[in-house]
Design a protein around this ligand. Structure first.
Ligand SMILES: NC(=O)c1ccc[n+]([C@@H]2O[C@H](COP(=O)([O-])OP(=O)(O)OC[C@H]3O[C@@H](n4cnc5c(N)ncnc54)[C@H](O)[C@@H]3O)[C@@H](O)[C@H]2O)c1
Length: 303
């Protein structure tokens, strides 16, 4: 089920279009009517990936984030209660914990969200906890580090940079590019969710992390090097408002269930670059407007 906002694209599901195990329902998770219509199709598990996700958009206009990320989750949880859905997994982010200078966040770390996006996700996670405690429903929550891979919307950092470079443009890097992010290849994230579906316990929270920590400058330089381009392609721009310095997550609990990442950061990036090189039609249709121009207008060029 997907509302097909600007971020959704059925083209990405073309490969499984005729799979007998797949049926698409266009709908809004914040609409009880739409959710019930989807459940009527015969649903026993709900894995909620649907969300407004782009931090920059949440800074400009938080409204849709509150509606989808908080109210949408509430609507799904009500449906879990009403229809006795057998399993509900809330896909959340490490950003709910805020920024960490040293060490890493565990499942017990307190929430300290710093953007309207992470605050909305944190609100939804609290609702999940409350629905488990209050109604004893089969609910689990995951907190993942930054995901990258194929088919990602070109507003996210890695696809934005790759596609800008393919278009001959520069890449807008916040501040000095010293913020640290932990990265997971999307396929490994899917494998983690599969492990949790099979072995996770209701009421539990699982962090999903790889240990692949990189500064944004390191990620940028690696992409430039792989695409045989120089650092003159970097345009340093003013830092994002309330920008978290470092995210890092401890995923020992999930690894205890038998999961571990299978794709290295380097290999994942190489596959991602190749995919965008070979799928220009896909991203060109989606990449509306000039994103570098957008960032310049939003934050101004750094002196
Ligand atoms: N991308 C990351 O680095 C990352 C990291 C950790 C967690 N997450 C979480 O993973 C999930 C997916 O992230 P993504 O990066 O693929 O996001 P995305 O923005 O690329 O895609 C979100 C999808 O949700 C759909 N959607 C939005 N509002 C909806 C609504 N009201 N009803 C139904 N569908 C709706 C969109 O159409 C789109 O297909 C999100 O919950 C996000 O918080 C993402």
């Amino acid at each position: 089920m997907d509302k097909l906002t600007y971020a959704g694209n059925l083209e990405s599901l073309k490969e499984i279009e005729n799979d007998p195990n797949y049926k698409f329902v266009k709908g809004d998770i914040a609409s009880a009517k739409d959710v019930e219509r989807a459940i009527d199709e015969g649903v026993d598990k709900i894995i909620n990936y649907a969300a407004e996700t782009h931090v920059d958009r949440s800074i400009i206009s938080p409204d849709a984030f509150i509606k989808t990320d908080i109210f949408g989750t509430y609507t799904l949880l009500e449906a879990v209660k009403k229809y006795r859905v057998a399993q509900y997994i809330q896909i959340s982010t490490d950003e709910v914990f805020g920024s960490v200078k040293n060490g890493s966040f565990t499942e017990e770390s307190p929430f300290a969200p710093n953007s309207p996006y992470s605050a909305s996700k944190a609100g939804a996670d609290h609702l999940c906890r409350a629905y488990f405690k209050t109604y004893n429903l089969p609910i689990m929550v995951t907190h993942s580090c930054n995901v990258f891979g194929l088919n990602a919307h070109p507003e996210k950092m890695i696809p934005l940079f790759i596609t800008n470079l393919l278009e001959g443009k520069k890449v807008p890097l916040y501040g000095q590019g010293q913020q640290v992010r932990e990265w997971i290849f999307a396929q490994d994230h899917c494998a983690a969710i599969e492990t949790i579906i099979e072995k996770g316990q209701s009421g539990e929270v699982y962090n999903i992390g790889t240990g692949f920590e990189k500064t944004n400058l390191e990620t940028t330089k690696f992409i430039l090097q792989e695409m045989r381009l120089g650092e003159d392609k970097i345009e340093y721009i003013k830092d994002r408002l309330g920008h978290d310095w470092r995210y890092a997550i401890n995923s020992q609990k999930l690894r205890g269930l038998g999961w571990q990442p299978g794709v290295s950061w380097e290999e994942g990036l190489r596959r991602t670059i190749k995919w965008y090189q070979e799928n220009e039609t896909w991203w060109k249709c989606i990449k509306s407007g000039d994103y570098l121009e957008y960032y310049r207008n939003q934050y101004g060029k750094k002196n």
